[in-house]
Design a protein around this ligand. Sequence first.
Ligand code: ZN
Length: 232
Amino acid sequence: MGESNRFTPGVLLGALVDLVLPVVCGGCGRPGAQWCTRCAAVVADVPRAVTPRVNAGVPVWAQGPYRDPLRGAIVGVKEHGRRDLVEPLGSSLARVLVTLARWGEVPDARRLVLIPAPTRTAAARRRGGDPVEAYCRAAARCMGPDVAVAPVLRTAGWVRDSTGLGAGARHANLRGAITARTEEAPALTGPGAAVVLVDDVITTGATVAESVRVLAAAGIQVDLVVVLAAAD
Ligand SMILES: [Zn+2]
């Protein structure tokens, strides 16, 4: 929480609520810690390769399955204002990236460009910032000065909610809806830095595949996709 936010009404209200309600874990709901050691241990499990229904053409890795405690934490950040979970989720994203570098999936975990998958801008603003970008920034803070975060993808506001659509329909729904700010492309293609597209949840893979395609068209080659959680 930045200094500038300290006296905003929302933060004051949050502080008052903290006085009244005990802190509960964002993963399992147990009182005592915002992100308990049990949940942290589950999420620190080894990353797994994912084969989404819509093929992105690059390797996709997930930190874990879209089940609790990960699901509880992701929904908590996205829907219930649990911004206190950004830091623990971001640092476990950093651990996943370090593991993937050790496995040779990226050449060097200290030299990365993290591109957050697009969120509808207005929706993100309403929720107090894009959570995926926040995870990337939290991970980058753990990983050193040569890990950059490049939020170059945008989703048009008119994209339908894809809930209930099949893989093909989701992909069609996204065609033309994701754009990349191409003027930032040259700065991203520095020597030796792997480009990693990051999202919170992958379901069909349509958003990821369309993002990879749009970035390639803008001259940015994605090397790897890493998501916090993969839905079955
Ligand atoms: Zn827990």
